[in-house]
Design a protein around this ligand. Structure first.
Ligand SMILES: Nc1ncnc2c1ncn2[C@@H]1O[C@H](COP(=O)(O)OP(=O)(O)O)[C@@H](O)[C@H]1O
Ligand SMILES: [Mg+2]
Length: 292
């Protein structure tokens, strides 16, 4: 049985007329790594809130359909139990900070205190998560004194300490430079490798292409596509619906338009792009490239 099961889920925020999620059907298997893409306003963050139980438990509003994680339905559960199964790192890490603690270490221990984890285990989990996310040197800092990228690492660590079965990450590297992004994707990848189920909202297609088992394309609150990364990420439906595209796919698509791409499939990774261009360029005469 799928660990995440959404059936005909429709959700409307309070005081609004139009549902932000419409008829969402989504099953995720235990250990799967699923990426969610979509233009701004598509409902990606709302989908994360729904998975994490914040919609409707915290945001209220109107939820219909079934939201089930690990065999428990969200409307039969309370948020404090739900968070043991699903951990959400918010798009804006500032929203994640409890405001109740003075240091990063205490902030990370906060959730564990609430569920009564013994002190020794608590310290071990916090130190482990800090090491993994590269924030050990921030242990004594105030969570509010950190940069956006540091706060995102703290947000991720505060989820990892809870050891949820499903990790939901809403643009977890949006405030990071390329080096931070690479490091954090390393952490996310090792979580996935360890068997955690990962649902990742992300714009950085190159990273999705490397790690995701499946890609969900969300548009206007509905699932437009749900499938294999190489199919979804190269679909002509993406550019025509306001989605971003990987640079490798875009450059190959342009080459295809110019008759300079002979592979059937468009690439989603650098390696695929290089292979495709190598085989295409030997078959085609390209005066500019050959003249030099
Ligand atoms: N608290 C809220 N109340 C009412 N509408 C909201 C709220 N939060 C988001 N929305 C609306 O829901 C839609 C989807 O937003 P969101 O889930 O944040 O999309 P995304 O993460 O894909 O950019 C947007 O039209 C947004 O304005
Ligand atoms: Mg969002």
């Amino acid at each position: 049985m799928a660990i995440v099961n959404l059936q005909n889920v429709t959700y409307k925020y309070p005081l609004t007329d139009v549902p932000v999620l419409q008829n969402i059907n989504l099953q995720v298997e235990e250990g799967e790594f699923v990426a969610v893409i979509g233009p701004n306003g598509a409902g990606k963050s709302t989908l994360c809130y729904t998975l994490a139980g914040f919609a409707p438990h915290f945001f209220k509003g109107e939820l219909t359909g079934i939201v089930e994680v690990a065999g428990v339905e969200s409307h039969n559960s309370i948020l404090s139990e739900w968070v043991l199964n699903v951990g959400l790192a918010f798009q804006n890490p500032f929203n994640q900070i409890s405001g109740a603690k003075y240091t990063v270490f205490e902030e990370l221990a906060f959730g564990l205190e609430n569920i009564g984890i013994p002190r020794d285990e608590m310290i071990a989990r916090v130190e482990g998560a800090m090491k993994l996310t590269g924030i050990s040197d921030l242990a004594d800092r105030s969570p509010y004194s950190l940069s956006g990228g540091q706060q995102q690492r703290v947000a991720l660590a505060s989820i990892l300490v809870m050891q949820p079965r499903v990790l939901v990450l809403d643009e977890p590297t949006s405030q990071m430079d390329p080096i931070g992004t690479r490091e954090v994707f390393g952490v996310i990848h090792s979580m996935a490798e360890s068997g955690m189920t990962v649902i990742l909202v992300e714009h950085k297609m190159e990273w999705i292409a490397q790690f995701a088992d499946r890609v969900i394309a969300l548009k206007d609150g509905e699932i437009l596509m749900n499938g294999d990364p190489s199919e979804v990420l190269t679909s002509p439906l993406l550019p025509s619906n306001g989605f971003g595209t990987s640079r490798y796919t875009s450059v190959a698509r342009r080459a295809q338009e110019l008759g300079l791409w002979n592979e059937g499939k468009l690439p989603i990774t650098l390696d695929e792009a290089v292979r495709g261009f190598n085989s295409s360029l030997t078959k085609e005469e390209i005066p500019d490239a050959r003249a030099k």
